[in-house]
Design a protein around this ligand. Structure first.
Ligand code: SF4
Ligand code: SF4
Ligand code: SF4
Length: 473
């Protein structure tokens, strides 16, 4: 039953600036298939007695709307603040709590593999999940992997050579020890959370935009216009922020990332880490987000001080490191980490423009198209995956009209929003089918799930394409 939500007062100064220009409704993925959307959320903040539970949790924090608002209203963070208030005062639903705990859910799935994967294939088990928890029975799940990436990396590091100087911990051999280990200097000291009214999103973006030089250079063409061999790059070293999904559901992709970086002479370490916390923000679990962000910032800022750049292969993790951490924990640590964090395609292109990326690539005769995830658009790296794909010779890349796929992180997993999610994705699915491609390329792991479910076409990360061109085994 719909319940009334008490309004978080801090958002009022922002939302009152709304001039009803409707710009945000042209970009909000919810606007077409539902009667909700950015402007509706904004207007409803003026009439809190009308605001109910259901529409509040429709906003899936894609972060597309702040960029088009002439009044600089940060609607997703304002809605997040209302969700937090709701969770605190009204006790949130079980489904929202579970989906906010990506770390816990993927760890459980991984540890119980193969039972988890087998069970999730049975219609009866799916129906049970839908009835009890609220996860739609029609949703395709990712496969959980018993051997996580971090276990693989840790074992391999011990077999080959010590991967780090010992100053920064790498992943432990077991998940348990990994969870128990603490970084140095974790004090648990909280930082005052700024109100939504005090946000400065454009400032955060400007800070990061100073970092990637490739973004300011013209894209000149395909791979073979550059020297075949990489320049010596012994000075380059990266700390890999893996994220829960790649660690337990796609360890092969994470391994590919390590092999590609090592192929280019770059030292890779995997520091201790927790979930980036973005799913927690999307479901209004702000305190949980703060805990994870605080832990990650301690470890990652130490890595940066020791000369490491931070890379991740997940757009949502990258968004958290670059924009959400400095916003919610506005400390020097957060600013330092944000300035040195890169989505992996962005990082490899940066190397390419510095002449440090190996470009002796084999031809890959595939017909592909590319889907840009919303969280890549939100952090300004929408061209990165595309440009990396264009380095691979032999590809035929078909341009399509890009649209949101609709999965919205885990929004499309819920029984109450599965149909909306598929409706949002409909336009993209039809575009992809018209393109008649062998593969779809995207940098977002949940976009991959949704596109494969909506079209039946195999969807891969740009790194997988690059590794094929490199013949990385
Ligand atoms: S964050 Fe996304 S879903 Fe939420 S209001 Fe903005 S555009 Fe709509
Ligand atoms: S774009 Fe901004 S000002 Fe325009 S309707 Fe949306 S929230 Fe209001
Ligand atoms: S799943 Fe991908 S396309 Fe969909 S909202 Fe998230 S980032 Fe955007």
């Amino acid at each position: 039953m719909a319940r009334k939500v008490a309004l978080a007062r801090a958002i009022i100064p922002q939302t009152e600036k709304c001039i009803k220009c409707n710009n945000c409704m042209t970009i909000c993925p919810l606007a077409a298939p539902t009667s909700w959307g950015t402007e509706t959320f904004v207007q409803l903040t003026r009439f809190p007695h009308l605001l109910t539970y259901d529409p509040l949790f429709y906003c899936f924090y894609c972060q597309l709307c702040p960029d088009v608002c002439p009044m600089n209203i940060d609607v997703p963070r304002a809605v997040e603040e209302m969700k937090e208030r709701f969770n605190r005062e009204e006790r949130g639903r079980l489904i929202n709590f579970l989906l906010s705990q990506a770390d816990l859910m993927t760890r459980m799935g991984s540890r119980t593999d193969p039972v988890s994967n087998i069970l999730l294939r049975f219609p009866l088990a799916r129906a049970f999940l839908e009835k009890t928890v609220g996860i739609d029975r029609r949703r395709d799940f990712p496969e959980f992997e018993r051997q996580t990436f971090r276990q693989w990396f840790s074992r391999r590091s011990q077999e080959i050579a010590p991967a780090s100087s010992g100053r920064i911990q790498i992943s432990s051999t077991t998940e348990e020890s990994s969870q128990a280990a603490q970084p140095r200097e974790v004090t648990g000291q909280g930082v005052e959370r700024p109100s939504a009214g005090a946000t400065q999103p454009s400032r955060e973006r400007e800070d990061h935009d100073k970092a990637p030089p490739w973004a300011k250079k013209p894209f000149v063409g395909i791979a073979n216009t550059q020297p075949a061999a990489p320049l010596p790059s012994k000075d380059l070293k990266v700390a890999y922020f893996v994220g829960c999904f790649a660690d337990r559901c796609d360890p092969q992709l994470a391994q590919t990332l390590v092999k590609i970086l090592e192929q280019n002479g770059i030292e890779v370490i995997v520091p201790e880490q927790k979930c980036c916390g973005l799913p927690q923000l999307a479901y209004g679990r702000t305190q949980d987000f703060h805990k994870n962000a605080g832990f990650n910032l301690k470890v990652l800022s130490q890595a940066v001080r020791e000369g490491y750049q931070i890379v991740t292969a997940c757009d949502s993790c990258a968004l958290a490191l670059k924009r959400e951490y400095p916003h919610f924990l506005p400390t020097e640590e957060a600013r330092v980490v944000a300035g040195r964090s890169f989505e992996i395609c962005e990082y490899l292109l940066m190397l390419r423009y510095e002449g440090k990326l190996a470009l002796d690539l084999k031809e890959v005769p595939l017909r592909v198209t590319h889907k840009t995830p919303c969280h890549a658009i939100a952090q300004g790296t929408q061209q990165a995956g595309l440009r990396l794909v264009d380095l691979v010779p032999g590809l035929t890349r078909v341009e399509i009209q890009d649209n949101c796929c609709g999965i919205g992180g885990t929004f499309g997993f819920k029984h109450e929003s599965f149909d909306i999610s598929m409706k949002i994705g409909e336009r993209l699915f039809r575009e992809i089918e018209k393109a008649e491609v062998d593969r779809v390329i995207t940098t977002c792991p949940t976009c991959k799930l949704q596109i494969e479910q909506g079209t039946g076409i195999q969807t891969i990360h740009p790194l997988e394409l690059l590794s094929t061109a490199y013949w990385v085994e």
